[in-house]
Design a protein around this ligand. Structure first.
Ligand code: SAH
Ligand code: SF4
Ligand code: F3S
Length: 470
């Protein structure tokens, strides 16, 4: 049993990060041939990509995926800790699974992901969810095969989620969700320690992947016909800083652009590490998409300071304007938290003013959620929940107004769209523009997987409607 420990999770040392090679014991391969699995993924792209690895490992065991949890021999939830409601969703789902387990005793049930790295969560599981079979942490994914084989052999709750700064595991198998778009990790963990955020504790210290491994992965994707890569990390702009080599995110972006892959995206960008050199490279290469996610979190300098974001609103605006000026037709999206401890009406108004200045293409907005072990957990928070909800509502109205206004500018224009598949909207296909806007379009299914010209006919707040033009 390897329990997560909050004190350990907070530690950062100068210990060298080890790069290890993934392997699965031969005796495990295809040893669960008659078994099925179900994975549900919560949270960010990092988790989605981890699920792609876990799916591939389960397939190495010989298992088959099913899309309905009631049909599965193994049910695994890949969880997220970022806000309270992410937790609640997982515990709600575990309630439904417990119900199923009463009639289907042999089903193996476990959680992976960020909640598995939380000491409080694992303690709760040990006391109230003893019927579960395993907990596997974000640092243990490469051992999933062994844990699952053992879980089928032995009915006992296993915890493999020790807190550690983390290694890098290369060569993990991957079963990608899309045939056209791929996630490529460029770094793991985070050392920014924003005061509200749990990620530095659940994902360990910042560890950049070796550039050769990244570029080779992208080259393989090009060979396999992939059109788009998203370079992933909690703070990709800090790429390379931990390697002590003279090679940074701008260099990496340039080298990835030179592989010839048609579309490159990256996320997430912390404003602190966004350099002029990066802006130049993005502007220079047509295959680096003009779409930047640049979380601001608040428009109040007092709150930004309390959040530990290391920039002022003036510095953010300077960067924002530079990006807008240098990168043609760029779209900029953001994340905003309302109701952070100490946020007054006037601080909130500063956020509204910033939104009025930036007119973001898209903004993800959240009410502050207290996370165990973070510095903000202990900050005095006097704003009533109702007030916070009103602020969120007001902010969303403004954010949506600008999203629609920006989308409206595209009406009648012809834009490039990578067609990904059928839309939820009956009779339509869907894809994204270079600026990362969702388009529902009328076109022949033969065009799925291709980058095509689309004339935008109608703009909505969250999406565009269009038609294929030659
Ligand atoms: N690494 C990314 C953020 C990942 S979390 C970055 O720094 O930009 C995604 C978003 O969730 C954050 O940008 C923040 O807006 C929000 N978030 C994180 N912790 C939160 C908390 N405790 N309460 C509310 N929102 C939170
Ligand atoms: Fe969290 Fe801040 Fe790291 Fe983003 S940069 S993951 S918000 S600590
Ligand atoms: Fe959630 Fe962990 Fe991602 S907390 S947002 S799944 S890094």
């Amino acid at each position: 049993m390897n329990m997560p420990n909050l004190k350990e999770a907070k530690k950062r040392t100068k210990n060298k990060v080890e790069v290890k090679k993934y392997s699965l014991k031969n005796e495990y391969k295809n040893s669960l041939k008659d078994k099925t699995f179900y994975i549900k993924t919560y949270g960010c792209q990092m988790n989605e990509h981890d699920s792609e690895n876990m799916r591939a490992i389960l397939k190495e065991l010989g298992m088959t995926e099913v899309l309905n949890f009631e049909d599965a021999d193994l049910i695994m939830l890949n969880t997220c800790s970022i806000r309270e409601n992410a937790h609640n969703k997982v515990f709600g789902m575990l309630g439904r699974i417990k119900h199923l387990k009463q009639t289907k005793k042999d089903v193996v049930v476990g959680i992976a992901g960020c909640m598995a790295q939380e000491e409080v969560v694992v303690k709760e599981i040990l006391s109230k969810y003893k019927w579960m079979d395993f907990v596997i942490g974000t640092h243990n994914i490469h051992n999933l095969g062994e844990i699952i084989v053992n879980s089928f052999n032995e009915k006992k709750l296993k915890i493999e989620a020790e807190s550690q700064e983390g290694d890098i595991i290369e060569g993990m198998p991957v079963e990608r969700t899309s045939k056209y778009k791929a996630f490529v990790n460029i770094m793991y963990g985070c050392d920014k320690f924003c005061t509200y955020c749990i990620v530095p504790y659940t994902r360990g210290k910042q560890r950049s992947r070796n550039k050769e491994q990244i570029i080779n992965e992208v080259k393989e994707l090009v060979k396999d016909g992939y059109k788009e890569v998203t370079l992933l990390g909690q703070n990709v702009n800090a790429y390379g800083k931990d390697l002590n080599i003279n090679y940074n995110m701008a260099n990496l972006l340039e080298d990835v652009a030179k592989t010839g892959i048609e579309r490159i995206r990256f996320m997430t960008s912390h404003p602190w590490d966004f350099t002029d050199e990066m802006i130049e490279i993005i502007a220079k290469y047509d295959n680096i998409m003009p779409s930047i996610h640049l979380p601001v979190q608040s428009g109040s300098n007092k709150i930004l300071k309390l959040m530990g974001r290391r920039y002022t609103k003036e510095e953010y605006l300077k960067l924002f304007n530079k990006i807008k000026e240098k990168i043609k037709n760029v779209s900029i999206s953001t994340d905003i938290i309302v109701g952070f401890p100490g946020e007054t009406e006037s601080d909130f108004n500063d956020t509204l003013t910033l939104v009025n200045t930036c007119k973001f293409d898209l903004a993800y907005t959240f009410i502050f959620s207290k996370r165990v072990g973070t510095p903000a957990e202990k900050m005095l928070d006097e704003t009533p929940e109702e007030e916070k909800e009103q602020r969120l509502y007001k902010l969303n109205e403004l954010v949506n107004k600008y999203a629609l206004e920006n989308n409206k500018k595209l009406e009648g224009k012809i834009v490039k769209v990578l067609v990904e598949g059928k839309s939820d909207k009956e009779g339509f296909l869907m894809g994204y523009t270079e600026t990362n806007k969702l388009v529902n379009l009328k076109a022949n299914e033969m065009l799925i997987g291709k980058i095509i010209n689309v004339k935008i006919l109608e703009a909505k707040t969250w999406s565009l409607n269009g038609e294929y033009v030659k």
